[in-house]
Design a protein around this ligand. Structure first.
Ligand code: ADP
Length: 479
């Protein structure tokens, strides 16, 4: 069982109070490195969610000033840093990622609150310079209403930071639903937020039956925006369920990131960045490289560099010193990743790093694996692997690679490595991905907008664009 000063209440949080499930039922949170139960958490459903939405709606009668919101955002950022180690430990225990990486996530999360605080003045009303129709005109960025924030398990603190920072900046009260596998980090965050004295109802936490909670968020008229990060499957359900109610959605869904290496690239640099990008969260992030395309003449040399680096990676319990890759989140994830590797091997690919994974006992550890001779038709290329597997695919010409990289329904992240900046311009301009790393494998940052094209979703988090996600423009003409 987990014991933490940040988990004195392992409950939901509605209208400024810690609450359990009305049914008294609970759900177990499991440590993916050991298979042990960390804690039961309340299994909530429609009734609790309705209560949370109503509390959030009621809190709207007391709008907060920009100065007040800025102060709250900075306080939340400070608390992330002050409790970075313990927040990181809770993330590691329920998600599995290495403790160091989990602490970096807490700092990254703090960055979103800090950024929104620093740029909140952008939400002040503006007066038009023109005076059309002989009137004065002003534009106000009003809070859209109650917002539903639904997050996945792969970044238990960062994903809520992207959403909650912008919601608080816009003065929207929220009803937050963490993933079933990682609610403890969210509860810990709420124990910190509880200290800063937000008005009751401003932030609410429910957890449990995802479909029931989702249904209330989609149907309740007070909920005006739903911001969701997760699978394309659930994203489509939310689009359908909100259609009759005309709600704004912000969706960050699946990805299938190509990592393109031209033969003039710096191979050491590209290999270093591939490792950092690919093995973050054991390959379970939506911006993790899914397909590595290497120009034919470079394939041998680049593969060698990747393989030598992969062989140094240590897999294990994320709480242990020196571990770079933790377990996969659960047995389902393990079987899926194994299926992609087996599928590629049976269709002619070769495993050049890693070995056949041992059947999980306690934790679902998967050896970092490199496959060569992969083709565009294999399932590991067409679908999101979400595991520590690097499929290497060869290409010949620039024009081919643009078309092949774009040949996916997803459009979240892509990476291009080349020394020829003219070529880089040509290629990047044609890539249909919301985030492109040029000679870098870096992912998003609080200062820049991030989001998908095509079936990777719509809406942006981070940057000025993200700051406006939960606002509605109201125009006033003064007669
Ligand atoms: P993953 O495959 O990464 O677990 P999901 O899309 O299943 O992604 O989950 C992401 C988040 O969406 C989680 O918080 C999950 O509980 C939630 N979720 C799952 N199904 C629904 C649903 N029908 N309505 C609302 N949220 C849902």
């Amino acid at each position: 069982m987990i014991d933490s000063p940040l988990l004195k209440h392992v409950q939901g949080y509605i209208n400024g109070r810690w609450v359990g499930a009305q049914s008294g039922q609970t759900l177990a949170v499991i440590n993916p490195a050991t298979g042990e139960t960390l804690s039961p958490v309340p299994l909530m459903g429609q009734a609790e969610t309705r209560h949370a939405v109503e509390a959030a709606q009621a809190s709207r009668i007391q709008p907060a000033s920009i100065e007040q919101r800025k102060q709250w955002l900075n306080q939340i950022a400070d608390l992330h840093i002050e409790h970075q180690k313990e927040l990181g430990r809770i993330i590691t225990l329920e998600n599995g990622k290495p403790w160091k990486e989990a602490q970096a996530e807490a700092a990254y999360a703090a960055g979103f609150y800090r950024y929104c605080a620093a740029h909140i003045e952008k939400l002040k009303p503006r007066r038009l310079q023109e005076q059309p129709k002989n009137h004065t005109w002003t534009v106000h960025h009003r809070p859209a209403g109650v917002v539903g924030l639904i997050t996945p398990w792969n970044f238990p603190l960062a994903m809520i930071a992207k959403k909650l920072s912008a919601a608080l900046a816009a003065d929207c009260p929220s009803v937050i639903k963490p993933a079933e596998k990682t609610p403890l980090s969210m509860i810990a965050l709420f124990s910190l937020i509880d200290q800063i004295g937000l008005p009751a109802g401003k932030v609410n936490l429910v957890m449990g039956h995802a479909d029931q909670i989702g249904q209330v968020l989609c149907e309740h008229p007070a909920v005006r925006v739903i911001s969701f990060t997760g699978s394309t499957r659930v994203g489509k359900l939310l689009i359908a369920a909100t259609a009759p109610h005309i709600k704004k959605l912000s969706l960050e869904l699946g990805g299938n990131a190509p990592f393109i290496v031209f033969d003039d690239a710096d191979f050491d640099h590209a290999a270093d960045h591939l490792i950092q990008n690919k093995f973050r969260g054991a390959g379970q992030t939506c911006v993790c490289t899914n397909r590595v395309y290497v120009q034919q003449s470079a394939a041998e040399a680049f593969t060698k560099k990747v393989v030598s680096r992969v062989k140094t990676l240590k897999v294990g319990n994320g709480m242990e010193e020196g571990v770079g890759i933790g377990p996969l989140i659960d047995r389902g994830a393990f079987d899926k990743v194994k299926g992609y590797v087996d599928g590629a091997l049976s269709r002619g690919a070769t495993r050049v790093a890693g070995q056949a994974p041992a059947a999980p006992q306690g934790g679902c550890f998967f050896p970092p694996t490199v496959l060569r001779g992969v083709t565009d038709e294999m399932p590991c290329t067409r679908e999101e692997i979400f595991g520590p597997v690097v499929p290497i695919i060869e290409f010949d010409e620039e024009k081919d690679i643009i078309q092949r990289a774009n040949a996916t329904e997803y459009g979240l992240a892509a990476y291009v490595f080349t020394a020829d900046l003219k070529r880089a311009d040509r290629v990047v301009g044609m890539l249909q991905f919301g985030h492109v790393g040029l000679n870098t494998g870096t992912g998003p940052t609080p200062e820049a907008p991030f989001g998908g094209m095509k079936q990777s979703g719509f809406g942006r988090e981070g940057g000025h664009e993200g700051l406006f996600e939960f606002t509605e423009s109201q125009t006033i003409a003064y007669g």
